[in-house]
Design a protein around this ligand. Structure first.
Ligand SMILES: [Zn+2]
Length: 349
């Protein structure tokens, strides 16, 4: 079967290659992949900066954001042929740490987890895969292949879940939310904020293209420029860009008892001139919290499935700004100016 694969840590090796059918040892459920989403991690892997092949193999099939249709499932698995499903990305370490042992593989302490399409297991950018039912999440049939947005939504569903846990340290009724970055992660974070009844503001650099209207159509407010120019004092900030100066501007702008969640991964080696004493003072005197959030466990995928089911399908369809057929796979991994989420279609189904 066809798959988009790379030799990890070697730039220029990405290709549409042939892979053997998935082994039955991968699990009793056989799934046909309909589409995979492309994100920054895929581009890093293609650039040769990241990624691990499965043990004993040279190439890694890409793809960790997926939507598929069940072809075969055993009786009693809760799944049936025809169901739309999304595969979870991370698998706990075989000798689980205390968090993996209780299903919190997103909080893994030892880093020995594996990740489909990233770390030591083939991803979903192949025509078929086998899997165990406990790592599949069902998607509402009405959503169709928009379910490809489930995995990125799970990442922000986790971020919001963590924000709620942190907020619960005291009496807390947040009102104003600032999301930095109007890419897919920022837009989906804003979607959940609006669904929670909060006043959501989204900041990005651009003033044209699809992002301002996507934000407006959510019922959120779009800003372009820097954080001080928004004049906001947000209770919650979801930083979705990884831009260092935004992180420190957000710390400075937050209201008392503010919570800043960092979801963007920055490039290393960039230094900023900051007044560390001023930042420390501000954080202590206002009980501010800054924390990082990555990945998602099963409960977050389920929360994400609910959030997508509640969202308007026409809005979700516009988050997918480009669809590329498998034959022209290279185009899916080449960034274009007005891209939001690009999706590679593996099947016309
Ligand atoms: Zn672990």
């Amino acid at each position: 079967m066809r798959a988009v694969t790379v030799v990890p840590l070697k730039a220029g090796t990405a290709g549409l290659t042939d892979l053997p059918e998935p082994p039955s040892s991968d699990g009793p459920v056989l799934v046909q992949t309909l589409a995979v989403g492309v994100c920054g991690t895929d581009l890093e892997i293609i650039a040769g900066d990241y990624g691990w092949a499965p043990p004993g193999e040279e190439r890694l099939a890409l793809g960790h954001e997926s939507i598929g249709r069940v072809l075969e499932a055993p009786e009693g698995s809760g799944l049936a042929a025809g169901d739309l499903v999304v595969g979870i990305v991370r698998r706990p370490d075989p000798l689980p740490c205390p968090n993996c042992a209780v299903g919190q593989w997103d909080m893994c302490r030892n880093g020995n987890y594996t990740e489909w399409g990233i770390k030591a297991h083939h991803g979903y950018a192949r025509e078929r895969y086998r899997i165990t039912p406990d790592f599949l999440v069902k998607v509402a049939p009405e959503l169709g292949d928009l379910g490809v947005l489930l995995e990125p939504t799970s990442v922000v569903a986790k971020a919001w879940d963590q924000i709620s846990h942190i907020g619960a340290r005291a009496n807390w009724s947040p009102e104003i939310v600032l999301v930095t970055g109007a890419g897919p992660i920022g837009l989906l974070a804003a979607l959940i904020g609006v669904q929670r009844g909060l006043q959501v503001h989204v900041l990005d650099q651009v003033s044209s293209g699809p992002k301002p209207q996507l934000v407006a159509d959510l019922g959120a407010t779009y800003h372009h420029g820097d954080i001080p120019s928004t004049k906001l004092a947000p209770d919650v900030v979801l930083e979705c860009t990884g831009v260092g100066s935004l992180v420190f501007d957000a710390m400075d702008a937050m209201a008392a008892n503010g919570v800043l969640c960092l979801t963007g991964v920055s490039a290393k080696g960039r230094s900023l001139g900051i007044d560390a004493g001023e930042i420390n003072r501000h954080m202590v005197l206002e009980n501010d919290v800054v924390f990082g959030s990555v990945n998602a466990n099963r409960s977050h995928y389920e929360a994400a499935a609910e959030a997508l089911a509640k969202a308007g399908p026409s809005w979700l369809a516009r988050v997918i700004s480009r669809r590329v057929p498998l034959e022209r796979w290279q185009e899916a991994y080449q960034r274009q100016p007005d891209d939001v989420k690009v999706v590679l279609q593996l099947s016309g189904d």
